[in-house]
Design a binder for this molecule. Structure first.
Ligand code: 2BA
Length: 108
């Protein structure tokens, strides 16, 4: 068995979860925050049999779009200078997926 840790944009999560549930995946949904943009995203935990990992990845790819967003970095060149906002375009997603081996899985 594998554990998929899937970080997705909030906009994609409902469609993705619907597709995963329709294909009998079990999911835990966690609210999370990206370290770089400091805005909300969603982390899904999926315990998946090895033979269904490819299907899970396919559904994730089908449902998660890349999007561009603008963030503002605050830049200061000299001590004492004012902070200057620096707009920066960033591409987010489709999805970030970590795939871990599970040594043991029990439900009691
Ligand atoms: P954030 O950390 O908020 O990052 C959002 C997007 O900003 C990233 O999209 C990436 O395109 C860009 N980015 C991140 N760090 C950057 C940096 N130091 N310089 C320039 N651009 C940067 P994604 O790569 O699609 O990542 C989306 C979200 O997935 C991330 O949100 C984070 O929550 C998670 N993530 C991505 N890679 C990760 C990793 N190696 N470990 C843990 N979480 C990760």
């Amino acid at each position: 068995m594998k554990l998929l840790i899937v970080i997705v944009q909030d906009e994609d999560v409902h469609m993705l979860m619907d597709d995963l549930m329709a294909n009998d995946f079990r999911i835990t949904k966690l609210a999370s925050t990206g370290g770089f943009l400091k805005s909300g995203n969603t982390t899904l935990l999926l315990g998946v049999e090895e033979e269904k990992v490819d299907l899970a990845l396919q559904l994730i790819e089908d449902n998660c779009r890349a999007r561009k967003t603008t963030t503002t970095l605050l830049n200061v060149s000299m001590p004492g200078d004012a902070y200057v906002p620096m707009p920066m375009e960033v591409q987010v997603g489709g999805a970030t997926v970590f795939i871990l081996d599970i040594e043991n899985f029990v439900r009691v």
